[in-house]
Design a protein around this ligand. Structure first.
Ligand code: SF4
Length: 229
C-alpha cells in the first residue's frame, strides 16, 4: 500500500524517509501511556485528549487501582471518577465518557475491548485516532495511522499531505508509507511535533527534515524574495 501514483500531488518525502530520519534522533520513543491491557490503554488514550502522556500517567495508577476493568469502571460513581481524573482536564466529559465506554464494553462485548476498527468505532466518542492506538499498541494490529493534532500539522507542513481533515490525511499517509511503519510514523511525528515542530515557531533550523520540508522551503523563498526586493 505504498503508491504515489494514486495521490493528486507529489509528496515531498515518503513515509519511510520520514521514519528513517526521525528514527535516528528518536530511536527509543514508544507510546508513553502506561497500561497493562487494552482496556487500560483505551481509557488512558481517552483521558489523554488535551493533556500530556506524563500527566495521564500520574492519573491512571490510582484510577486503575480502584477500577481496573470495564466491569468495575461501568459501576463507578461518576463523582468518584471525576475526582480521580480531574487533573487530566475536561474531567466532567472524560469521566462520563470512560463510564459510557465501559458500560458498552460490558453490554456488547462481554467485558473485552473489541479488536477491530469497525467495532471500536461503535464505542461512544471513539474515533479512528484512538482506535488506531488501541489496535496497534494494545493488540499489535495495524489498520491505519493515528492522526492527532501533531500528525495533522506536520504532515501538511512537511508536504506529505495537502488534505484538510484527519481522515483524508490518514489515507494520504497510508499511501506513501509501508504498512509495517504506520504506527511508527505516527509516534515519531507526534514526538517531533512536541520537540521541534511546534505549532507556533517551529525550530526549522534544527530540524532533520528541513531539506525536504515544504514549509521550510517556503520560508526560505520568502526570505530570499524579501532580500532581493
Ligand atoms: S523544517 Fe520546520 S516546519 Fe518542517 S518539519 Fe521541521 S520544524 Fe516542522
Amino acid at each position: 500500500m505504498e503508491s504515489k501514483q494514486s495521490l493528486n500531488y507529489t509528496p515531498s518525502m515518503t513515509g519511510k524517509e520520514v521514519v528513517d530520519l526521525l528514527d535516528e534522533i528518536y530511536p527509543k520513543i514508544r507510546t508513553h501511556l502506561s497500561h497493562e491491557n487494552p482496556f487500560q490503554l483505551l481509557v488512558a488514550t481517552v483521558l489523554s485528549a488535551q493533556s500530556t502522556d506524563v500527566q495521564i500517567n500520574k492519573v491512571t495508577p490510582t484510577l486503575f487501582a480502584q477500577f481496573p476493568d470495564a466491569k468495575s469502571m461501568s459501576r463507578a460513581p461518576i463523582r468518584e471518577l471525576e475526582r480521580l481524573v480531574k487533573s487530566s482536564g475536561f474531567f466532567h466529559v472524560k469521566a462520563r465518557r470512560i463510564k459510557e465506554i465501559s458500560k458498552q464494553i460490558i453490554e456488547d462485548f462481554h467485558g473485552e475491548v473489541p479488536d477491530s476498527m469497525e467495532t471500536l468505532l461503535t464505542l461512544p466518542g471513539i474515533g479512528r485516532k484512538t482506535a488506531n492506538i488501541v489496535l496497534s499498541a494494545g493488540y499489535g494490529k495495524i489498520e491505519g495511522i493515528a492522526v492527532d493534532t501533531h500528525v495533522f500539522r506536520l504532515s501538511r507542513r512537511i508536504g506529505l499531505s495537502q488534505s484538510a481533515t484527519p481522515e483524508k490525511i490518514e489515507i494520504d499517509l497510508m499511501k506513501i508509507t509501508p504498512k509495517n511503519l504506520w504506527p511508527r510514523l505516527s509516534i515519531l511525528l507526534i514526538f517531533h511535533g512536541r520537540q521541534i515542530c511546534f505549532a507556533r515557531s517551529p525550530l526549522c533550523s534544527k530540524c532533520v527534515l528541513n531539506s525536504k520540508c515544504v514549509y521550510f522551503k517556503n520560508l526560505q523563498d520568502k526570505a530570499k524574495n524579501l532580500g532581493s526586493s
